[in-house]
Design a protein around this ligand. Structure first.
Ligand code: SF4
Length: 346
């Protein structure tokens, strides 16, 4: 294993020893970088004499996560729970979710938000960053250390974004009124180091490196869960939402289907359909909600068409995609827009 991996473990061990009275939160996306981070963190935690007062591993459930990674992470969380308990490691595994009014289909079908593009990328904030920010802001005492698996070598954009924030393993972050420390122990690791950590570090044993490798084969990178607005969209060759229209083509899903994950095909077909549908101006208001004369939200007819398509997809894949709480919220939002002047023009 490379010296850089040992250094990352050592750096994390020292940080844990130095900040034992603080609460630690590790952002986990299920992808390779955060898996390497978790392995390095657990290796370090097993070395310290005294555990921090609280450790949480958080996963942000967007409700529209790539189904393969979604079921992988949810299964893994169950296994990790038992493993950490057996090892006597005080790690809580926590699934975060955006409040109902901020979820993907409530925004698209309920409020009529056009599906995200590079110039209107409302999704990352709503679905990933805000739930994590709220968790950090609301759940913990003053002293928090947040660990994420960002690496400079991931992309030029990521390198620039890290360097803009200071470029070191420790950075200051602000969340509302709270300042906290962001710790990036695997900042310098190469792709090979990441896979070495995943394959060669023993714990947690619940992580099956071969399984991760096989589902991850053709993707790279992970979705940001901490503010980094100039980071690339989560689905540009990486795991992300199956609905992602920020990228022109969902190469990640396409490659996974080619590799045998046929269950993703109906999801990809829906994504491709809605990507075109968002540009059908007959299905949009003529002005935005703020009065700017540019194509605005989907009309109620557009929103109903999308809902029908989602229901078709649910039947095709045998999974509920929009739950009852979301359906009620969608109908409530439709009622609010029923008498909107723009609706009368549609
Ligand atoms: S994967 Fe795409 S749709 Fe999902 S949060 Fe990232 S940019 Fe937005």
């Amino acid at each position: 294993m490379s010296e850089l991996v040992f250094q990352a473990i050592q750096r994390t061990t020292e940080a844990l020893e130095c900040h034992v009275d603080r609460e630690w939160i590790l952002g986990f996306s299920g992808g390779k970088d955060s898996t390497a981070l978790l392995k390095i963190f657990v290796s370090a935690l097993r070395k310290v004499k005294r555990f921090p007062q609280k450790v949480s591993v958080i996963f942000c459930d967007t409700g529209v996560e790539n189904p393969v990674i979604d079921s992988y992470v949810k299964g893994l969380f169950c296994l990790l729970n038992s493993e950490f308990e057996n090892l006597g490691l005080p790690i809580d595994l926590i699934m975060l979710k955006a409040p109902v009014e901020e979820r993907y289909f409530v925004k698209v079908i309920g409020r009529g938000y056009p599906t995200p593009t590079n110039s209107f990328r409302w999704c990352t904030q709503s679905l990933r960053i805000k739930p994590v920010s709220r968790f950090i802001e609301n759940s913990f005492a003053d002293d928090v250390v947040v660990l994420i698996g960002s690496r400079k070598a991931e992309s030029q954009q990521r390198r620039r974004s890290i360097e803009k924030m200071g470029g070191g393993h420790w950075q200051k972050q602000v969340e509302g009124n709270r300042r906290y420390d962001l710790f990036l122990p695997i900042l310098d690791l190469s792709l090979a180091d990441v896979w070495d950590s995943i394959f060669l570090l023993d714990y947690p044993r619940s992580i099956d490196p071969k399984k991760l490798e096989s589902i991850y084969k053709d993707a790279s990178g992970e979705c940001p869960i901490i503010k980094s607005p100039d980071a690339p969209p989560c689905a540009s060759g990486r795991f992300g939402c199956w609905t992602c229209t920020v990228v022109r083509k969902d190469r990640s899903a396409t490659k996974m289907i080619e590799a045998g994950h046929d269950q993703l095909l109906p999801y990809l077909e829906f994504r491709n359909w809605i990507s075109k549908f968002r540009d059908d101006l007959d299905m949009r208001w003529l002005v935005r909600r703020n009065g700017v004369p540019r194509p605005g939200p989907f009309s109620l007819m557009g929103r109903k068409t999308i809902l029908e398509k989602v229901r078709e997809l649910e039947r095709a894949v045998g999974q509920q995609i929009i739950d009852d709480e979301e359906t009620i919220e969608i109908k409530r939002l439709w009622d609010l827009d029923a008498n909107h002047p723009q609706e009368k023009l549609c």
